[in-house]
Structures are given as structure tokens and as C-alpha cells.
Ligand binder design. Structure first.
Ligand code: P6P
Length: 339
């Protein structure tokens, strides 16, 4: 099918605007701001290799600017795109210690949305030309409009997300997001700077046969995870499963959603609550997983029901095909019962 027969992301956002009660178009403009920022980050990620080479020589990038770490650069790009359009009243980012109030004071604007973002997840992979991603999570503020945002606007359960999604800067660049009505994927045509609906209504396959985990930490895993890995590797029925781990959450999740699989980042000895952040990594990916027919838990509880207490809190993360996550949870429960 020729490109111009496919729906663009811009057309899709407008078509779906009516999904939102009392939609004022603010949410559509918010998604458009994310779309724009993703194109700028995509451009910078795709030339990172060149910038690095030039950067190493003269510590400047190809435009002669002082080279910034790409994740700080991505953070600036998303914060600028979101704060210049009066579409959010607050932003929390992995790259910023505290949340940022976007002119919501007495003379500020009355935007009702806050965004939590991991601007460039897996950025250490850029040096070796491996896919990286941006992850975003969107809520309505819970405090009085027209007043500065407060921490409680960000410490909301995943079930209260208005929307969530990711950008994967891979062999092609895609935006994948949900507003609670399924998951849709859009592929960027870089020659036109336009995203096209390439993956409508994305869903996990019925069966999953891929497990994604950093087995280098095996000796430190809880016994339940060790037993689940042994189950995956056993010659029985449709097993052994295949091990695939890119070390980039967005890429591992994206492949597992298309081919079927489970991603696990468990707690372990020197990381009692795991590595991944609840608010801007696990909750948005959990929303997508559930909307695509999958499941996300901390090994025992639904991720989106966890009550946040801190902006950058971590959680163990089991996410993917429902059947695979439930089998892993079974092994985690046995482990607890045995103790
Ligand atoms: P490890 C990247 O830093 C990240 O947050 C995820 O994208 C990725 O899945 C994980 O950490 C990799 O962590 O400890 O296996 O290198």
C-alpha cells in the first residue's frame, strides 16, 4: 500500500479526539508536541555516531556546539516542546531530580495534564549503535487548576494514566501509544518527517516463547526467578523458550509485544526493589501491555495498582504475555511459600 494511503499520526490524533470527554483539543496538542520532540531526538540519535567521532576529536559536535550527553539533550528537547505550548502544567523526568512546574501559577495557564518521561532510556546503547527509546506517561492533575503543580499530581497509580507510550529509535523510528482504547504503532518516514499508522491495534500473540532478562545477574536472583528460568529452559512441551535481551527496555518490550514474550527485571541482592522506575518506565509499559492483552506485575501485584510514594521509586518488573507473566508469578509465590 502506498504511503499516502496510510493514515498519518496527525490525522489519527484528530480522529480519536472525540474519545476524550469534554475534549478541548489540549490533549491532541500534547500528543503533537511529543510527536515533534521525537523527530528532533530521532535526528540527534541518528547522527550520534558522527557527533561522537567529531566530539572525541574537538569535544564539539558537527554543528560546532558543545556536545551534550544525548539523554540530557533529549530531556531538554522534550521539556522545551512540552512547555512552549501550554499543553502541560508539570513534567517529571528521569533526568531531573525534582518535578518541573510549567507556568501554572496564578498568572499561568490552566492546562490539566502532567507528563512523566524517561527521555532516552537505554542511552548507554547509543555508543554501540543499539536501539534506544523514549517512554512517556500522561495524567490529569489532581490539584487545583491555576495553582502550581504539586508532588501528588505525579504520585498517581498507573490505573489513572490518561495515556502512555514510547518512541523506539531503531532500524526504523516508531511511536507506539495508548489512550485506553488499544495500542497503535506509527512508523516515521524520515524523508517526509511524517509518522504513518503501520501497526494498528497491536496485541501480544496468544503464545509467547521469548524471555528477556540479564542472566548475568542469575546468582543474585530470587529463587522464584531462578526456578522460572529453569522452567523456560526445560525440554518439555513447547519449551525451551528463546532468550533475547537487548538491554533496552523499549526494544525488548516492542519485540515481545510483536512476537510474544516476557521481560523481567527482578529485585536482587544489591537492588532490593529492582532497577526500573515505577512512574516513567513500568507504569507506562504496563498500561501498553494490558491494552495489548498482556500483563505487568512486580512478581506478586499488578504494577498499575502500586501506590507511588516517591518520584523515582523503583520496582521489580515482570511484563509481557499474560500466560508467561502468570507462570512467573506462580514460581515467585512458591518461592515465598517455601521460605
Ligand atoms: P542491565 C537501560 O538502562 C534500562 O533502564 C532498560 O532499558 C534496560 O532493560 C535495563 O536498564 C538494562 O539493565 O542491568 O541489564 O544493564
Amino acid at each position: 500500500m502506498s504511503e499516502n494511503a496510510l493514515q498519518t499520526l496527525g490525522e489519527f490524533i484528530i480522529d480519536k479526539q472525540d474519545d476524550f470527554q469534554y475534549s478541548t483539543g489540549e490533549f491532541s496538542r500534547l500528543l503533537s508536541a511529543i510527536r515533534l520532540a521525537s523527530k528532533v531526538v530521532n535526528r540527534d540519535v541518528n547522527k550520534a555516531g558522527i557527533a561522537d567521532i567529531v566530539g572525541h576529536a574537538g569535544m564539539t559536535n558537527i554543528q560546532g556546539e558543545q556536545q551534550q550527553k544525548l539523554d540530557v539533550l533529549a530531556n531538554d528537547i522534550f521539556i522545551t516542546a512540552l512547555s512552549q505550548r501550554e499543553v502541560v502544567c508539570g513534567i517529571a523526568s528521569e533526568e531531573s531530580d525534582d518535578f518541573i512546574d510549567i507556568k501554572c501559577g496564578p498568572n499561568g495557564h490552566l492546562s490539566k495534564y502532567v507528563v512523566l518521561i524517561d527521555p532516552l532510556d537505554g542511552s548507554s546503547n547509543i555508543d554501540v549503535n543499539v536501539s534506544v527509546g523514549t517512554i512517556f506517561s500522561i495524567y490529569r492533575r489532581v490539584t487545583e487548576p491555576g495553582t502550581p503543580v504539586q508532588l501528588e499530581d505525579f504520585l498517581q497509580k498507573g490505573v489513572d494514566q490518561v495515556a502512555a507510550g514510547y518512541v523506539v529509535y531503531g532500524s526504523s523510528t516508531m511511536i507506539v501509544y495508548t489512550t485506553g482504547n488499544g495500542v497503535n504503532g506509527f512508523t516515521l518516514d524520515p524523508s517526509l518527517g511524517t509518522y504513518y499508522l503501520s501497526h494498528p491495534n497491536m496485541r501480544f500473540p496468544e503464545k509467547g516463547k521469548i524471555y528477556s532478562i540479564n542472566e548475568g545477574n542469575y546468582s543474585k536472583f530470587p529463587q522464584g526467578v531462578k526456578n522460572y528460568l529453569k522452567y523456560c529452559q526445560m525440554m518439555e512441551g513447547d519449551r525451551p523458550y528463546t532468550s533475547r535481551y537487548i538491554g533496552s527496555l523499549v526494544s525488548d518490550f516492542h519485540r515481545n509485544m510483536i512476537k510474544g514474550g516476557i521481560y523481567i527485571y527482578p529485585s536482587y541482592a544489591n537492588a532490593p526493589t529492582g532497577k526500573l522506575r515505577l512512574l516513567y518506565e513500568c507504569n507506562p509499559m504496563a498500561f501498553l501491555a494490558e491494552q495489548a492483552g498482556g500483563k505487568a506485575s512486580d512478581g506478586f501485584n499488578r504494577i498499575m495498582e502500586l501506590e507511588p510514594t516517591e518520584l523515582h521509586q523503583r520496582t521489580p518488573f515482570f511484563c509481557g504475555n499474560t500466560e508467561m507473566v502468570e507462570k512467573a508469578e506462580e514460581f515467585m509465590r512458591i518461592d515465598v511459600v517455601k521460605d
